[in-house]
Design a protein around this ligand. Structure first.
Ligand SMILES: [Zn+2]
Length: 198
């Protein structure tokens, strides 16, 4: 995760620790610009309609053919809640009203942070899109646990299902990480460390 060439002037970059810093950075050998690389923010919505929630079957890589709630990278200039609603529209054509933050999940090993919002479906429309081959409402009991797209998605849905079962929806924070055993491609081998519920 470093720049080989300067995005500003095109000259080669080299790795060095800038004065007063503590980590190697990509520094341009010509213009001196320091190119910091920071985690990406992913935002998404658990969309509620009655007692059901909206899931989409991914028609794009990675995790093509697997199920997720709508989510994607936050764009510059938008709020997390607005980005989550935009991703929901792009992936499912659903219009939503945000009900607030549900989970903020750190995924340090892939340098991502997931902001998962709860939202209410406005109207009844949703449909497949270029990003989703299938979009449907499912009950908590119908969540396809063995066909989910990512550990972050599985973790958020597990917390949501637990909250729904207990009757109290809370806001969660924690770190999603591989347990250290078994396949990294098996979502069952991930755990939520430093989980807090508020
Ligand atoms: Zn440069």
């Amino acid at each position: 995760m470093s720049h080989k060439f300067c995005p500003d002037c095109g000259s080669p970059c080299e790795s060095q620790i800038p004065e007063g810093d503590h980590k190697p950075r990509s520094v341009c050998t010509a213009c001196g610009h320091i190119h910091y690389v920071n985690p990406n923010m992913v935002v998404g919505c658990i969309v509620e309609a009655g007692g059901d929630l909206l899931l989409a079957k991914r028609d794009i890589e990675p995790a093509l053919g697997r199920w997720t709630f709508p989510a994607g990278y936050l764009e510059c200039g938008e709020s997390c809640a607005d980005g989550a609603a935009r991703e929901t529209m792009e992936e499912t054509e659903a219009r939503v009203e945000s009900l607030g933050l549900f989970a903020l999940l750190d995924i340090p090993h892939i340098a991502q942070v997931y902001g998962v919002y709860r939202a209410r479906l406005i109207g009844e429309h949703f449909a497949p899109t270029p990003e989703s081959s299938e979009v449907k409402l499912v009950s908590i009991d119908e969540i396809p646990w063995d066909k989910l797209a990512f550990p972050s998605v599985a973790t958020a849905l597990r917390l949501y299902a637990e909250d729904r079962a207990s009757g109290t929806i809370r806001t969660h924070t924690g770190i999603v990480e591989w347990s250290g055993e078994g396949s990294r491609f098996d979502l069952a081998n991930y755990r939520l460390r430093e989980h807090r519920a508020h």
